[in-house]
Design a binder for this molecule. Structure first.
Ligand code: DAH
Length: 357
C-alpha cells in the first residue's frame, strides 16, 4: 500500500494538465483501478487482516482523491495566471497617434463654433436639407415674386407630371431652421444651426454645396447691440486672437430689418489667406434684427418678442482660420489634402482646453 501511495502521489505531482490527472484517477481510484482491485482482495482475508487493511485502503483512496482535487485546483490557478499574463494590457499608456483618418476642417470648425456658442447659451437645432419652399422662402418673408428667390440659384426638386403642389427645394440657407425652431420651442429662444446648404454656383470661393451656421436669439429686450457683441465675441474666440477687425455694412435681407453684412479684415499674401491684417475684406456673414413677419410666421407674437439672427459661412471661416485658399478642394476627397488639412479626431475643441492645437 505504501508503494501504491508513493507511486500515485508522484504521478499526480508530475501531471501537466487535467487530461493527465483524469488518466491517473481512472487507474488509481476508478471502478477498475488498482485501489478497487485491492478492495476486492479484502474478501479473501481473515477478519483480523480485514480490520487493518479495510480502513487503510479507504484512507489511501481518500488521500489519492484529495491529492487529485488539490492538483486540479493548482492546474486551474496556473492556467488562469498564464492567461492573465498573456492578456496583460497597460491601460495607462497614451493612445498611439494614427495617420489614417482625420477630421475634415469643416467638421472641426463646426465643433469649434458649437463649443463657443454653447458657452454663450445657444443650443444646437436641426432641420431638413430638403425643405418646402414655404420654410425656405415664404416664411422668411420672401414671397413668390421676390427677386431674392432668383438670386439664390435654388435647386428645385422634380415633381411628378400633374403634381402641382409647390416644389421642394434643397435648402439654400439654414434660415428655415429659424422658423422650425420657433414652432418647436417658442420664445424666449437661443439656437444655432450648423449644416449643409445648396446653391447652383461654382468658383474659387463657391461650391454647389456649402455650410452655414444660423443663429437666432429671441427675447423681450434684444437689440442690435446684443447682436454686435455676440458676433464680436464669437469671432475673437473662433480665431483665437483679440484684434480681429469686423466691418458692419448696412445691407438688406427680406427676413431682417435692419440688416447688416459683416466682413473680416484679411490679406491674400502668396496665395494664403491671413486674418486681422492686410487691406482686403472677406464677407463672412449676414445678420440683422428678425423681421416681425418672420417672428409671426414662427407662431410667436412680434409685439412681445424681438430678436437678432445671423447666418455665417462655415467654409469661409475654416478657409480663413486655417489658411486654405480654394474652397473647391474641400469637397474633392483628395486624401493628400485631407491628411494635410485634417485634424486629429481625439482633440475635442473646448474653450478652456483650446479650440485647435
Ligand atoms: N440666409 C442668408 C444667406 O444665406 C444669411 C443670413 C442673413 C442669415 C441675415 C440670417 C440673417 O439669419 O439675419 O445669405
Amino acid at each position: 500500500m505504501d508503494d501504491l501511495k508513493a507511486k500515485y502521489l508522484a504521478q499526480i505531482a508530475d501531471a501537466g494538465d487535467e487530461a493527465a490527472l483524469e488518466t491517473i484517477r481512472v487507474s488509481a481510484v476508478g471502478k477498475k483501478g488498482e485501489v478497487a482491485l485491492k478492495m476486492r482482495e479484502l474478501g479473501k482475508m481473515t477478519p483480523e487482516e480485514r480490520q487493518v487493511a479495510g480502513p487503510a485502503l479507504n484512507a489511501l483512496k481518500d488521500e489519492i482523491n484529495s491529492a487529485l482535487a488539490a492538483k486540479k485546483a493548482a492546474l486551474a490557478d496556473a492556467a488562469l495566471d498564464a492567461r492573465l499574463r498573456t492578456e496583460w494590457l497597460d491601460v495607462t499608456l497614451p493612445t498611439r497617434p494614427t495617420r489614417t483618418g482625420t477630421l475634415h476642417p469643416i467638421s472641426q470648425a463646426s465643433e469649434e463654433l458649437t463649443a463657443i456658442f454653447a458657452e454663450l447659451g445657444f443650443s444646437v437645432a436641426e432641420g431638413p436639407r430638403i425643405d418646402t419652399d414655404w420654410y425656405n422662402f415664404d416664411a422668411l418673408n420672401i414671397p413668390g415674386h421676390h427677386p431674392a428667390r432668383a438670386e439664390m440659384d435654388t435647386f428645385y426638386m422634380h415633381r411628378a407630371e400633374g403634381d402641382d403642389r409647390p416644389p421642394h427645394v434643397l435648402r439654400t440657407h439654414t434660415s428655415p431652421v429659424q422658423i422650425r425652431s420657433m414652432e418647436k420651442m417658442g420664445a424666449p429662444l437661443r439656437i444655432i444651426c450648423p449644416g449643409g446648404v445648396y446653391r447652383a454656383d461654382y468658383d474659387q470661393t463657391h461650391t454647389p454645396m456649402f455650410h452655414q451656421v444660423e443663429g437666432l436669439a429671441l427675447d423681450k429686450n434684444i437689440s442690435m447691440a446684443n447682436l454686435k457683441w455676440v458676433l464680436e465675441e464669437f469671432v475673437k474666440s473662433f480665431f483665437e486672437i483679440d484684434d480681429v477687425e469686423l466691418r458692419f455694412r448696412a445691407s438688406h435681407f427680406p427676413f431682417t430689418e435692419p440688416s447688416a453684412e459683416v466682413d473680416i479684415r484679411c490679406s491674400w499674401k502668396d496665395g494664403t489667406l491671413k486674418i486681422g491684417e492686410g487691406d482686403d475684406w472677406l464677407e463672412i456673414l449676414g445678420s440683422g434684427m428678425v423681421h416681425p413677419k418672420v417672428i409671426a410666421a414662427g407662431g410667436i407674437d412680434p409685439d412681445v418678442y424681438q430678436g437678432f439672427a445671423f447666418g455665417i459661412g462655415i467654409d469661409r471661416l475654416a478657409m480663413l482660420k486655417y489658411g486654405i485658399p480654394d474652397l473647391r478642394a474641400f469637397f474633392d476627397s483628395d486624401l493628400r489634402w485631407l491628411r494635410h488639412y485634417g485634424f486629429q479626431c481625439l482633440d475635442v475643441p473646448t474653450l478652456h482646453g483650446g479650440l485647435s492645437r
